[in-house]
Ligand binder design. Structure first.
Ligand code: ACO
Length: 436
């Protein structure tokens, strides 16, 4: 961290002495005021529910400029990564800081590929679930269960353990997500086939059966890979912060990632892709494009509780760059599958057009986020709606583990332990039952 030339001074209107606090500069983005000594100096905490103005850590992995609508992984714009490299190259970049050269690429792809199988016991664990269990419930359990299988990679303080845990997680997530799907539809699990690409293998484990050979469609393979790249990391979002907080207690990496999966499930976060597609299908059922105006009125009515899912973002106050790339992929996939006239895609475009011109959305700087189009692409590929967030979890696993490993290697890291403003009852005595 680089100290800035200036300092911040906090003064009080009640005559208490003011305090000076150091300011640190990042390489880009806002400076931060170091308040670590504030409590010792003033007896006061800061209050920031939802971390609106709080940097919880230093990080060199992902940078978002929300006003510009820019997303960089290790300095590289998401647009360049999405068009020039594949998901496993992106994993290498996020984990190790650099894109792989040719031999590093071969080695890394081989390493991940060698870990795609899961312990055969996993299927018995999975069979304990109801067939109609939500895939995110299943995945939270399965990822947590991995910690019981790999005793040689559960010490978060051992760099070799962390490295092999990262590779295992990246390699096994597609297998687990596909198993969760196959279990739900009552089809046999498909073992990974290691001569396929990461995305091709996932598609085969999802849609192949032992009865016939599965041919990977290269357009779908590329689309899947792009979905993975676009979701790979997104700095200190809710699930990543959950993984960091969970890992800060020294728990094992699989358990920390399971906590991330649980957090991602919520509709305000990773669950938005599922919620967005359900919303589009609802509008379509009620009359489609002709009902868009009515729906928008509901969205703008604070009392209705209706939100335009796939719109708005805590950080982006401009077009989410991932949404643009996803829209492009949407066009490609629908064309390749002969679904150019897909009514949901038309509906989504219409909603976007209206929202982008509407004062309510313009004033609040609400733009489509990555989830606005990702559901349409996934649905066209044949992925069931309730698996969308599972796909997101698969892709985000590398981001979680890269951020977790970065935290453990950071000399400034401590167990996460926020403070509070207490508004409950002050000390009182327990009364006997007949006097309460
Ligand atoms: N539809 C309608 N109004 C919205 C929406 C939306 N999708 N998003 C925000 N607003 C409104 C809020 O009601 C609020 O209005 P107000 O100032 O009049 O009270 C204003 O815009 C600011 O919104 P906040 O909720 O304060 O913004 P915050 O940063 O806390 O929330 C969030 C961001 C949770 C993503 C929100 O925009 C949302 O719920 N969007 C829909 C869900 C979604 O798509 N989530 C995916 C996020 S991306 C991801 O996780 C991959």
């Amino acid at each position: 961290m680089k100290l800035a030339d200036n300092k911040a001074t906090l003064s009080f209107s009640n005559g208490s002495p003011s305090v000076e606090m150091p300011v640190y500069q990042g390489n880009i983005g806002p400076d931060v005021i170091d308040i670590r000594k504030l409590y010792a100096q003033t007896g006061m905490f800061t209050y920031d529910p939802g971390f609106l103005s709080t940097a919880s850590c230093q990080s060199g992995i992902t940078y978002i400029d929300g006003d510009k609508g820019e997303l960089l992984y290790r300095g590289y714009p998401i647009e360049q990564l999405a068009t020039n490299v594949d998901y496993l190259d992106t994993c290498h970049l996020l984990l190790k800081g650099e894109l792989p050269n040719e031999s590093e690429r071969t080695d890394f792809h081989k390493l991940v590929t060698n870990h795609t199988m899961v312990n055969e016991q996993m299927q018995f664990f999975l069979r304990g679930f109801r067939r109609d269990a939500h895939p995110m419930a299943v995945l939270t359990g399965l990822v947590g269960a991995l910690s019981a299988f790999y005793h040689d990679s559960t010490d978060i303080n051992n760099p070799e353990h962390r490295e092999i845990a990262a590779i295992r997680l990246i390699a096994k997530m597609p297998t687990l997500v596909a198993m969760a799907y196959k279990y739900g539809v009552g089809q046999p699990f498909m073992y990974p086939q290691n001569d396929l690409s990461y995305s091709g293998n996932f598609l085969r484990m999802m849609f192949g059966t032992p009865c016939e050979e599965y041919k990977v469609n290269p357009v779908i393979e590329r689309a899947m890979d792009r979905i993975f790249i676009l979701h790979a990391d997104h700095e200190q979002n809710a699930s990543t912060s959950t993984v960091r907080l969970c890992g800060s207690s020294g728990t094992n990496p699989f358990a920390a990632i399971a906590a991330g999966v649980a957090c991602l499930w919520g509709p305000a976060h990773g669950g938005a892709n599922e919620a967005c597609l359900n919303m589009l299908e609802d509008i379509q059922r009620q009359g489609g494009v002709s009902k868009v105006g009515q729906f928008m009125e509901q969205v703008k009515d604070k009392n209705s509780g209706v939100k335009l899912m796939g719109f708005g973002h805590r950080v982006y106050k401009n077009y989410d760059p991932r949404a643009k790339l996803m829209q492009e992929t949407c066009n490609e996939v629908l064309e390749a599958l002969g679904l150019e006239n897909d009514p949901l895609f038309k509906l989504a475009k219409q909603l976007e057009k209206i929202a982008l011109e509407d004062d309510y959305f313009v004033q609040r700087k609400l733009y489509p986020n990555v989830d606005f189009y990702s559901g349409i692409v996934q649905r066209a590929i044949g992925i069931p709606v309730n698996l969308f967030t599972g796909i997101f979890a698969l892709a985000r696993t590398v981001g979680w583990i890269a951020q977790l490993n970065e935290m453990i290697g950071d000399p400034e890291y401590k167990i996460g332990r926020p403070r509070q403003l207490f508004t409950g009852s002050v000390k009182r005595d327990v009364k006997p039952l007949n006097q309460r």
